[in-house]
Design a protein around this ligand. Structure first.
Ligand SMILES: Nc1ncnc2c1ncn2[C@@H]1O[C@H](COP(=O)(O)OP(=O)(O)OP(=O)(O)O)[C@@H](O)[C@H]1O
Ligand SMILES: Nc1ncnc2c1ncn2[C@@H]1O[C@H](COP(=O)(O)OP(=O)(O)OP(=O)(O)O)[C@@H](O)[C@H]1O
Ligand SMILES: [Mg+2]
Ligand SMILES: [Mg+2]
Lengths: 224, 224
């Protein structure tokens, strides 16, 4: 289903080489629930960006549904991202000049969903993350945790078959975090694949398998 | 030392009124170590921005060292912020087009510190947060937790008498978080005032007093 082999991502900064990912192998089956953990700077977001078809490796291969992702052009990558993948970014990446509602509608607009239907779906997605009374606020009129929840609602709005969530509860109190994890658990129960990067053990506890990164390599991969 | 009385911060969004702070009274003594907790959207960042002289209330008063902050002009506010306050923003607010080192030097540049001295101080500040090998990276060449640590180093670099840290460990693993909390504890041991917004009980445990917000009001204020 999702197969990463000997993936490397190497950056150059001045004269130095930064090995963000340094030989990663990972196989994920459809419907799995995976947590990715590791110290700050260990390569988690880099790995997530590769999985989410937002970035390409320096070397190595990534096959998704049997297709070699490195062989796809920009249009094909954009299609996969829109149809299959929901991505919650560590830094949210919301459109600053438009409302929470519009931000959540965005994947549905790309997907060609009609106006009435997409508005209804976006409203429900925002209600599920507790933001029914913040739909018309723009990102700078929202708290940090509210922006994070808009990013989560946007990732969930077209019920993706693969959810990639990069530290989705970093700005949330424990009650709100628990509500978000319930949404992720339900998505997984419905047969979808969920991959969550987290620093917190009680968030990782929702997953069925925990992969730990250190200095761009996988150092442990433990299923329940 | 720091006295907030009947502070309100009210926003208008369309026809609606949002009461971000709805009558807050708070007195903090010099050298105290305070944690501010509360649900996402309860008003914590709004309160921190007021304390940090980055924002003004809709009504109510704020006296800092006996001076009425609402009576100060922009220059005077900027002087207080630079000389007395170190602020770690929930969204980091780094300058995107310059290096980690330059970002940390910024408060020292404003403070008129000479070039050699400020470079030394900035380098040491980055070493203390574990970023000795990332000084020449720009923010988009850093992980989320590394950006957060640059923001922390910048707030600590001129040993502020008041540190205001808004969710400083949200993007950090537990080992790195513990290192950051040691820096804050040391700052407080040296007699400085530390106020940390956090969602995590084990971070709040470092403080001597915990203030909890709900819907823009203080609902509990418990010292150890
Ligand atoms: N510019 C604004 N216009 C309208 N409403 C605002 C604005 N800024 C903040 N708010 C609202 O004020 C409330 C308090 O925001 P604040 O950022 O202080 O919350 P917070 O406690 O820091 O939350 P979090 O834990 O999610 O960071 C929120 O409900 C938010 O939607
Ligand atoms: N564009 C870039 N140029 C140079 N180095 C980079 C770049 N992007 C990331 N890095 C480096 O690659 C490493 C991995 O980054 P990544 O963002 O994947 O870490 P992470 O595990 O997500 O960390 P965190 O928990 O702090 O979010 C870091 O050490 C970072 O400094
Ligand atoms: Mg990251
Ligand atoms: Mg906040």
């Amino acid at each position: 289903f999702l197969s990463i082999r000997d993936i490397r991502k190497i950056y150059r900064v001045g004269n130095e080489e930064v090995r963000a990912l340094d030989g990663v192998d990972l196989v994920v089956s459809r419907g799995e629930y995976l947590a990715i953990m590791g110290a700050s700077g260990s390569g988690k977001s880099t790995l997530m960006n590769l999985l989410g078809c937002l970035d390409t490796p320096t070397s190595g291969s990534y096959r998704l549904n049997g297709v070699a992702v490195e062989g796809l052009n920009d249009e094909e990558l954009a299609a996969i991202r829109n149809e299959e993948i929901g991505f919650v970014f560590q830094t949210f990446n919301l459109l600053a000049r438009t409302t929470a509602l519009r931000n959540v509608e965005l994947p549905l607009i790309y997907g060609g969903v009609g106006r009435t239907e997409r508005r209804g779906k976006a409203e429900r997605a925002l209600e599920r993350v507790g933001l029914a009374d913040r739909m018309k606020h723009r990102p700078n009129e929202l708290s940090g945790g509210q922006r994070q929840r808009v990013a989560i609602a946007r990732a969930l709005v077209n019920e993706p078959s693969i959810l990639l969530a990069d530290e989705p509860t970093g700005n949330l109190d424990s009650t709100t975090s628990a509500e978000i994890m319930e949404l992720f658990d339900a998505l997984n129960d419905a047969g979808n694949t969920v991959i969550v990067v987290t620093h917190e053990d009680d968030i990782a506890a929702h997953a069925h398998r925990v992969v730990t990164l250190c200095d761009g390599k996988i150092v442990s991969d433990v299923g329940k």
